[in-house]
Design a protein around this ligand. Structure first.
Ligand code: ATP
Ligand code: MG
Length: 372
């Protein structure tokens, strides 16, 4: 799939912008603070209805306006789709071919993207919450059902936590209601974990090969799901639900004291190991970066496997940071199959010959000029 056109209105530092892209590589060149990341971010938001940088949609709207619009034309094997995201102070609207989608889970998936930005090192080095966000965003874009269950899970979780607090101060709430929430929580946990286990398994099998390729077979990368609930991949759903309910019963006093739910997907994590050793704790800078790169390249293949077409790739400020071998490997992986947007402050660091034929866009103060 690829993004043919993009039009922005009042998005970040862009007033009004309309561009057509190359089906292969698009270079976005400009000095610092001109709008390169904003441009890539707008494509990410068009795909996922959410920014990779901020949870506050308000920040995406230009300071000079009170609403923002992103429009794009996506070409896929079986036809083209017009996508539109509108951001106003009343909330956001997502449209497919002009029709508003009531649930974001019905919108997401029309355009698949993989973004690789400096912040992605946090998937390897950062806190568990950052890895959970990675899991949720990535599974979500290939599985609308996952997004739907996740949104229900978060609602149940919030209600259950409130109830635990109410029980603690004896606000007349009965523990019977808690049992209802427990069952809901357990059922949704099982649904979410099934998808997460499967995702980690598939991502690992791709990432392992890619990582071995980058490191000349010296390093074996593995992924391990860290589970707060007593559920395994092999368990039947009804057994898993029973196990969770039993664990919640045991945890009741502690949860009441804390006023929060202590097990479930919102407390889980995954670890990355090279030759059996934890990358987060012991990996060198270079190993951590390579691991992040392997994960991103693995995601491209995983999306291809799941949806039947390659996603588009957004590389924000990362290509010139890679050494020549890794640049070559990355460019060979994507060559002729993945539409790619590469932002950079200068083309000097980008030597590979495939980049000579790339479309080139110069960004300056929220204006974009196509070169050549
Ligand atoms: P760098 O090379 O440093 O990464 P960049 O070209 O990627 O720079 P962007 O992150 O795209 O730069 O940001 C460009 C500018 O956009 C910022 O300097 C900021 O002032 C401006 N900006 C960010 N949000 C808004 C907004 N909501 N309204 C108007 N301008 C904004
Ligand atoms: Mg930037």
């Amino acid at each position: 799939m690829f993004l043919r056109d993009l039009a922005l209105t009042n998005y970040r530092n862009y007033g009004s912008l309309s561009l057509s892209f190359d089906e292969r590589i698009n270079l976005i060149v400009g000095n610092n603070a001109q709008g390169k990341t904003n441009l890539l971010e707008s494509i990410y938001v068009l795909a996922l209805a959410k920014s990779h940088r901020t949870a506050k949609d308000k920040e995406l709207v230009s300071w000079r306006g009170d609403y923002a619009v992103i429009r794009g034309l996506v070409e896929r094997r079986y036809g083209s789709t017009r996508l539109e995201i509108q951001l106003t102070n009343k909330g956001k609207k997502a449209k497919v071919n002009g029709l508003e989608q009531r649930k974001l889970s019905e919108y997401i998936g029309a355009l698949n993207v993989v973004m690789f930005a400096p912040e992605d090192l946090a998937i390897v080095k950062g806190a568990p919450a950052q890895r959970r966000r990675f899991l949720d965003m990535e599974i979500g874009q290939v599985s609308p059902a996952y997004l739907y269950h996740l949104s229900n899970y978060n609602k149940v979780l919030a209600q259950r936590n409130q109830l635990l607090k109410d029980i603690a101060v004896k606000k007349g709430q009965s523990s019977e209601i808690l049992l209802i929430w427990n069952t809901q929580l357990a059922k949704l946990t099982v649904k979410l974990l099934k998808k997460r286990f499967e995702f980690i398994r598939k991502l690992e099998s791709w990432a392992r090969d890619i990582h071995a390729g980058i490191t000349d077979g010296k390093e074996t990368l593995s992924l391990h799901y860290i589970n707060s609930s007593p559920v395994t991949d092999e368990m039947e759903p009804h057994t898993a639900i029973e196990q969770i309910l039993a664990a919640l019963e045991q945890l009741f006093e502690r949860e009441k004291l804390r006023g929060s739910t202590l097990i479930g997907p919102h407390r889980d994590d995954f670890s990355l190991q090279i030759n059996g050793i934890d990358v987060q704790a012991y990996g060198s800078q270079g190993q951590q970066r390579t691991t992040a790169l392997s994960l991103k390249l693995a995601e491209i293949e995983l999306i291809k496997e799941e949806v039947g077409e390659y996603p588009i790739l957004l590389l924000d400020d990362v290509l010139s940071e890679l050494d020549e071998n890794r640049q070559t490997l990355l460019l060979e992986t994507i060559q002729d199959k993945v539409q790619t947007f590469v932002s950079t402050t200068g083309v000097e660091g980008l030597k590979h010959q495939v980049l000579q034929h790339a479309a080139r866009f110069e960004v300056q103060e929220g204006k974009v000029r196509m070169e050549g």
